[in-house]
Write a new protein. Structure first.
Length: 745
């Protein structure tokens, strides 16, 4: 029996279509990794392709590792020469060999998000940027967006000049300085890994031709998540032989905020007119009821390629839908439901996932789970490599590897304390800038800096220490190097002397780093310091999710993509929370809501056996109680698929009933003398409000952020009126009139 006999008809088509451009539209749970691995085996075994000429690219280390393992099992001997890697890892590998052709040294440092923030702070100070007006985060975001679109600092500046906007010109100034500083530090940020590889290919035909010959058959996973720079990279590589196979699902394109361009997949046939398109619609993961719900929701999107998931699995249970008065009750219900499932033996803790739209929603679940003794893990929290003690020790290793990395050198100059504070750093920086040299080179010349005085003597031992370690790189292992840094700096000894719980936790983290180095050395045939730092720089949050561990997973919907769980809770399914207010109120609500709907589709299709959807009528957000309607995405699920009725929240029903009664009684109540009844008093206060405000109960009003709505209550509160408005899209809000600035429509 052939290994291809286990595939369904569409999967076989995808495997056997090896020549020319191919678009595989792979619905959730349709076995795309299986198709890619079998396609690789088919190329080698049946088509006689040399494994050396095959490239498979994906987005996460986890996905690349899984694909590598499956290919090795299928192909066996020779599979090690297949290039299976993430986008960023592939680019690092290419740049390590050839980046010197575009003006960098091959031992460049890779800056993570924290490094980029630190660099941006320095640049804002240098350029006298007011960070109250131009936030560092928004400047970094603007630069990242430009790089995603392959817009250089020069082109960005030209566009800024043409726009006439002062803010754009300031961004252009920052972008230019940011790139120049990266170059001076012999460093690349994450976006640069792709951009510089494209630049290398475009500027050096010899290098491009080498890799086009090397990669005659290219496969790209999760193609819907590619940005413009990644598209250009793949287009350049595939341009010679045109054997490009991309696999993706436009319905799962949820990373627009990271620069993903959904039109890369929607317009694939336009970019490659000879493309063959194959749809994988049979789902192997979920029950039919779950798939019917997902199909019904995503069908409301206009910008998509039509497909409908189906399965040979059972119809399964209906989807549980529960409404609660508060977020606390929602969390309590989910905790009790998990405990019952485990107690009855239906599930283990590791079978459950709680998915939500925003990180802030995890707090209520954490509190409830702690009280209930439910083991849990949050995915997407603080990255291990972003912790202070880890960044300190990695900065030592980065300095040893690439002393031109000013950020790393400055971070550790006074760690542990050596009497080299901000004043010393400032003087050395000024000298380095004046002579156009790196911070470390300036440290080596500290005695030549007139303003240094005695501080030069404090710097010298640090320089000698780094020089000594740099001289050992070729002769000792990475783990020995790290242990020497820890020993000689007394880093752990200081923490031991603190003798606090926090210090002990930090020592545990350092122990974990040592374990990581050892594991790297055991896995690599030729381990190097540069190789270790590269691997660390490319680790993603989702890669930290351990398999086989018995705990409930808490994560955002964005983090959940690519995963599956027997039972899933979609929590906080309320308009304003999911979809978010930002998407509802955006300048382009149709596009933004379609992205949110794709996120809902991803959430629904994570469930294998059971799906529960929950929401709360009231929720505390940023210290304010918000009243929310049930998410429009829940209403898009056919009622026959739901266990539970979508009800208008009672407070809205009561308000509407009161409003109706007031409007009906208004003519007679005006004739009643003051104080005759409670109803008259109630109307009297509303009437007073109406004379003081331009609107009253029952009137239509508009709000600058929330749009239009109906006033349902006005309460006089001394100096101000508390106004309750049932907004058409944002739900019900209570606000003070003087702040709300409502206008009668």
């Amino acid at each position: 029996m052939s290994i291809y006999d286990t595939l369904n008809e569409q999967q076989r088509q995808a495997v056997f279509q090896t020549e020319g451009p191919v678009l595989i539209l792979a619905g959730a749970g349709s076995g795309k990794t299986r198709v890619l691995t079998h396609r690789t085996a088919y190329l080698i075994e049946e088509k006689g392709v040399n494994p050396y000429h095959i490239m498979a690219i994906t987005f996460t280390n986890k996905a690349a590792g899984e694909m590598r393992e499956r290919i090795d099992n299928l192909v066996g001997y020779g599979s090690e020469s297949i290039w299976v890697s993430t986008f960023h890892s592939s680019c690092v590998r290419i740049l390590r060999r050839h980046i010197d052709r575009i003006g960098f040294d091959t031992n460049f440092t890779i800056y993570d998000a924290d490094d980029s923030k630190t660099l941006m702070k320095d640049i804002c100070k240098r350029l006298n940027i007011d960070t109250k007006i131009y936030k560092e985060r928004s400047l970094l975001s603007a630069i990242s967006s430009a790089k995603d679109e392959l817009v250089s600092p020069t082109e960005f500046a030209l566009r800024a000049e043409a726009s006439g906007e002062y803010a754009k010109r300031r961004q252009a100034e920052v972008y230019r300085e940011y790139q120049e500083t990266l170059h001076k530090n012999n460093a690349l940020d994450f976006d640069d890994l792709i951009v510089k590889t494209v630049e290398l290919f475009q500027s050096d035909p010899e290098v491009l031709d080498y890799y086009q010959e090397r990669f005659r058959y290219i496969m790209v996973d999760e193609y819907q998540d590619t940005n413009t720079a990644q598209f250009q990279l793949i287009r350049l590589l595939a341009d010679k032989y045109k054997n490009l196979c991309v696999v993706g699902d436009d319905d799962q394109s949820i990373y627009k905020f990271r620069g993903a361009n959904i039109y890369n997949i929607l317009n694939f046939e336009k970019h490659f007119p000879d493309a063959v398109t194959i749809k994988l619609e049979q789902n192997y993961r979920s029950t039919q009821n779950i798939l019917d719900a997902a199909n019904s929701v995503i069908a409301n999107n206009v910008g998509r390629k039509a497909k409908s998931l189906w399965t040979a699995n059972d119809a399964g249970k209906k989807i549980d839908f529960e409404q609660f008065d508060t977020g606390y009750e929602e969390a309590d219900y989910i905790a009790r439901d998990i405990l019952a499932g485990v107690r009855e033996g239906r599930y283990t803790y590791g079978d459950y996932a709680v998915l939500y739209r925003t990180n802030a929603q995890s707090r209520l679940f954490e509190e409830r789970f702690v009280v209930s003794n439910i083991p849990y893990k949050i995915v997407g929290g603080v990255n291990f490599y972003a912790r202070k003690e880890i960044k300190d020790l990695l900065a030592y290793l980065k300095t040893i590897d690439n002393a031109r990395d000013d950020l790393a050198v400055r971070r550790i100059l006074n760690v542990p304390k050596r009497g080299s504070g901000a004043t010393t750093v400032g003087r050395v920086t000024d000298y380095a800038d004046a002579y156009g040299i790196s911070f470390y080179e300036a440290l080596k010349r500290a005695e030549e800096i007139p303003s240094m005085g005695k501080a030069a003597g404090k710097v010298k031992p640090f320089v000698n220490f780094i020089q000594m370690l740099r001289s050992k790189v070729e002769f000792i292992s990475v783990s020995d190097l790290l242990n020497e840094v820890i020993e000689e700096t007394g880093y752990v000894a200081e923490l031991e002397a603190e003798d606090t719980d926090e210090a002990r936790a930090r020592i545990e983290n350092i122990d974990e780093l040592i374990s990581k180095v050892t594991a790297y050395e055991e896995a690599e045939e030729h381990p190097t310091l540069s190789g270790f730092l590269e691997e660390v720089a490319l680790v993603a949050d989702i890669d930290s999710l351990e398999e086989g561990s018995d705990y409930v997973v808490l994560m955002t919907l964005h983090s959940a993509k690519g995963l599956e769980f027997p039972k899933v809770y979609l929590a906080g399914m309320e308009d304003g929370l999911f979809p978010s207010y930002m998407s509802i109120m955006s300048d382009d609500p149709v596009t933004e809501l379609e992205e949110e709907r794709r996120l809902a589709y991803v959430g629904i299709t994570r469930a294998m056996k059971e799906l529960s959807i929950t929401c709360a009528r009231t929720r505390m957000i940023r210290g304010e109680t918000q009243y929310n309607r049930v998410s429009r995405f829940v209403k898009e699920v056919p009622s026959e698929l739901l266990n539970g009725e979508i009800r208008q929240p009672s407070f809205l029903r009561e308000q509407e009933e009161r409003q109706s009664a007031r409007l009906q009684k208004r003519p007679t109540m005006r004739q009643q003398p003051s104080g005759q009844s409670m109803q008259a008093k109630a109307f009297s206060s509303v009437n007073t409000a109406k004379t003081s405000l331009s609107y009253g109960v029952g009137d239509r009003v508009s709000h600058i952020k929330f749009g239009e709505g109906t006033v349902t209550a006005i309460i006089e509160g001394g100096r101000d009126f508390e106004v309750t408005v049932n907004f058409d899209t944002a739900g019900t809000k209570k606000m003070f009139a003087s702040f709300a600035k409502l206008k009668k429509v």
